[in-house]
Design a protein around this ligand. Sequence first.
Ligand code: ADP
Ligand code: GLC
Length: 542
Amino acid sequence: MAELADAAARQARCGEDESTLHQLLVASEIFPLAKTGGLADVCGALPKAIARLGIDVRLIMPAYPEALERLVAPRQVADLAELLPGVSAHLIAGSMPGSGLPVWLVDCPGLFDRPGTPYQDPSGCDWEDNAQRFGVLCHAATRVALGQAIPGWRADVVHAHDWHAGLVPLLLLLSGQHRPRTIFTVHNAAFQGNFPLDRAELLGLPQETMTPDGIEFYGQLSFLKAGVRYADKVTTVSPTYANEICTSEFGFGMEGLFRARRADLVGILNGIDAEQWDPRTDPYLSHHYSRDDLRGKQSCKADAQRHLYLNVDASTPLTVFISRLTSQKMADVVLERLPHMLARHPRLQFALHGCGERKLEAGFTSMATHFPGRASVQIGYDEAHAHCLHAAGDILLHGSRFEPCGLAQMYAMRYGTVPIVRRVGGLADSVRDAGTRDRPAPDATGFLFDDATGEALESALSRCLVLYETRPKRWSELRELTMSGDFGWARSAASYACIYLELSGKRLPALASRVSAYAERPDMRSQPKQCGAGLLQTNQSC
Ligand code: ADP
Ligand code: GLC
């Protein structure tokens, strides 16, 4: 008996447990515990799809006040003494609302119990101690991954997301221990987490790593560089963006490093949470609808027009802009061009929801006053309002100077709102252009433009409005096609699972065959760049 109990205990000690794969996801924001953008959506939805494949996935993020409030069944489980010089933390375990996935919050009130966003104070300035704040997250995650924090649990693979988690691959290497393998996902190469080199000691990093061959980056230390440089595998969130970041136009100075890691760099298109974003069941909508019966969409549009003091008119093209108001999203260009577009297209309506740069917020607010009944601007971000606007719109405007993936266009398509997007990054990978009246494209799902200029954006909008106004049948077909796309996480999760399996080196035939089942689906095979042949030929026959 004692021998059996011992064997069971040994099996339960992960790393030796050959029944499944144990994965730790590290991120600064995970929906619904905390969200400032798409990173949270991805880190909320991807692990659900990974867990469905049978992988033991655990999440770790900072204990912001809103995260502590929303965590289900919180309990303190570990004391992490001296994570950084003079900084200790606790781990609070609980589960995610909805999915029930296990999550650990790194509780360090001095660093995380603050008003504002995860990154900025209420006046919009970055927290001055962000290096320590996310350094603590990385050290805590490293201890958990190595099995030094939670008795009986260690990771086979750590999936670190964006710069906030970038030190994890380096810290694991520095631990000198038998370590889990690492995968680092770049959601946005523009955000790099660069800090003065003299923070190295505060972050518990040896001086030897502060070199160009280490994590020094133009005279600073860079969390993003640490992730890209030291992870076993690097991914980004669309195949096109994986190519783009290897160029000086999109690499934000890190293109050389991305090129150096090209063999280990894979672009996997994000999915969306198809349960949270489903017009047939979305609890935020007052009317539901589907591709086969769009009456509910018309009612959502009428409700939104009333609520936003727009002229209530079913036939007017309602164009929505739901985004952070930043130069990445070309919000400055939209603001500059909008009065012209509204003047030129007298039936056009415009509704914006988002927040960001203060100057842009003020500019849009003031612009709307000049177009009563035709333009509405709601500054801020409210999940319910975002869902309602995606449902109400006919057209989504999504210009981007660069866009690693972009989720708004996928939400829009699922809600039958035709996207107009710039041909970059994940926008190029997820939207097919409708062409022109003379040369229509039969499989189109939206409108694309090339240059990051007001002229290009307006010309795409004009093409779209011509179709909307003059060819209702063709418009309905286009909308039907936009709603038919499969943007769920299943196939992208299978691509990640292939990587986890390969990295872990574990032989898990049952898991490998579940992953293969997805990989063999016809729609998977039609995604050539997403899950490269090399990935699929692992020793797991995945
Ligand atoms: P990004 O992460 O670059 O902002 P994505 O398209 O990937 O762009 O993700 C946008 C997500 O963030 C969507 O869920 C969208 O509804 C939401 N969102 C848009 N604007 C804001 C905002 N100002 N604050 C928080 N979330 C926002
Ligand atoms: C970043 C990118 C966005 C992407 C999101 C989730 O915020 O800007 O394009 O969709 O991460 O990966």
